[in-house]
Design a protein around this ligand. Sequence first.
Ligand SMILES: Cc1cc2nc3c(=O)[nH]c(=O)nc-3n(C[C@H](O)[C@H](O)[C@H](O)COP(=O)(O)OP(=O)(O)OC[C@H]3O[C@@H](n4cnc5c(N)ncnc54)[C@H](O)[C@@H]3O)c2cc1C
Length: 477
Amino acid sequence: MTRVAIVGGGMAGLVAAHHLRRQDSGCDVEVFEASSRCGGLIRTERVDGYLLEHGADMFATQPDAALRLCESLGIADRLILPQPGTRGAAIVDRGRVLRVPDGFVLMRATRLLPMLTTPLLSLRGKLRLAMEGLVRPRPEDQEDESIESFVVRRMGREVLDRIVQPLVGGIYTGDVKKLSMAATMGQFLKMESESGSLCRATFARRRSGVDSTERTSAGARYEQFRSLPGGLQELLDALQESLPAESLRTGQRVTRLESAAGGWRLWGDAEANGGDWGEFDHVVLALPAALSARLLGDLAPDVAQRLRGIVAASSAVVALGVRESDIARPVDIAGFVVPLRERRPILAASFTSDKFAGRAPAGEKLIRVFFGGELQREWLERDDEELIRIAREQLAELIGLGGPPRLARVIRWNDAMPQYRVGHLQRVREIEAGLAAHAGLHLIGNSLHGVGIAPTVLAAERVATRILTESASALPG
Ligand SMILES: Cc1cc2nc3c(=O)[nH]c(=O)nc-3n(C[C@H](O)[C@H](O)[C@H](O)COP(=O)(O)OP(=O)(O)OC[C@H]3O[C@@H](n4cnc5c(N)ncnc54)[C@H](O)[C@@H]3O)c2cc1C
C-alpha cells in the first residue's frame, strides 16, 4: 500500500485525494486540513433565502478538468449555465455603467462595429486600436512581458486603461504593470506569434468558425462557465462523499515536514502522538505558495525562496441582498468592473442572482461588491460597517440603489489571490526542477498553474496520476 498525505483540503487537495482513491489504486490517502471544514476558498452559505458564495461562484469549462471531475462524481447533469440575457459585463466610465462592446473578450475585439461605436474609447483610442494589425509582432525569443506592455504595444494606452485594466486586473485583483502576460493571457501571445497580430488571428478564426462564442460575448465568455443549483458547495460535498470519512482529517494543521527513511514524516500541532502523524511515501502540499514555503524552508530552501516570491493579494466581498424595486436604474449585465482611473474605492460588482438562478428570493437581488486587491489594499483596513456603507453608496451612484438592504455581509479573504508576476512561468519551472530532487514531494494549488478552479483541478489530477504511475512501477514484479 502506498501511503499518501495531502496537506490542505481545499479544491486542489480534495481533487488529488479523489483521483488517488479511485478504483483499486493501492493508495492509502489522508487529507490534513487545518480548519474545521474542507473547501478552502470555496464556501456556499444559505442565509435568509439567499444562496451566497463567499468566494468563487462558477468554474470555467476550459480546461475541461472541472467538467470531467463533475462527470466522474456523477453530478454533471446538475450543472447550470449563467442565465441567458445577462451575459455581458460592463465597465464604469466617468460614473456611467457602459456595456463592454459586443465581441470584445478580455483583450481582443472580434467585431469591428461595436468597437467603432463604443463610448468607452475616444476617436483617437479607436484609431490606435484599428492599427493593431499593423504593429509588428515581438520576436519570439524575448523574455516575458507585463500585460500593460503587451496591450500598450499592440492596442494603445487607452484600450489598456479603459477596458483591459479593469477586466483583466479585476480577474487577478492585480496590477497590469506587474502581471505576467505569458502566465495569465498566454493565448493572446500565441495569436501574436502565430498570426502576426490579434487582428489577423481574429480573421483566421472567423474564417474557420472558432470565434462564434466570442462574437456573441461581451467582456467574458459566460457561456463557458458552470455552477450548480446548490452553489459550488455541491461540488465540494460530492468530492468529500467520494472519500472515506476517516481520510479527511479536519482541524489538523501540519506544522513540520521532515525527510524520513521511508519517505516523509509529518508533524502537526495536535496533542495525539506528540503531533507525529507518521511516515508517508508521498506528500502533496496543496497550499498557498507562502505556506508551502514555510514547510519546505529547511528541506528545500531554494524552492521555498522561489515560492515566497509568489505573493498573494487580499480582498473583501460585500454581499448585499436588495429589493429589485429599490434599484432605480437596473442593468441587464452579469456585473461591472471599475477602472483604476475612475478612482473609486471598489474593484467590481457582480449581479450574482442575475448570473445564476436560485440565488435570491423572488423580487430580490444578490449583489457582490469587491474591494482591495494588489492596488487598493488600503480599503481593507476599513471595518465591516464602513465597507457596507461604501458599497451601498457606490451602488446608489452607479445603479440608483436606494432603501436598506435585506442582507449585508462582509467576507474577507486574506492573501488569497496569487499574483502571477512577470517571470512566473520561469519561476514555476525552477520550483519544479528544485522539487525533482525530492522524490515523493509534490506541490499543487492555485499559486502555480492557474488561479481559477479549472486549472487547479487539472494540476491536482496530473499530480495524482504521476503518483499512481510511480507507485505502480514501484510494485514488485
Ligand atoms: C474572492 C474570490 C473569488 C473567486 N472566484 C472564482 C471564480 O468565480 N471561479 C474560479 O474558477 N476561481 C475563483 N477563485 C479562485 C478559486 O477559489 C481557487 O482557484 C481555488 O479555490 C484554490 O483552491 P486551492 O485548493 O488551491 O487553495 P485553498 O482553497 O486556499 O486551499 C488551501 C487549504 O489549505 C488549508 N491549510 C492551510 N495551511 C495548512 C496547514 N499548515 N495544514 C493543513 N491545512 C492547511 C487551508 O485551510 C485551505 O483549506 C476565487 C477566489 C477568491 C478569493
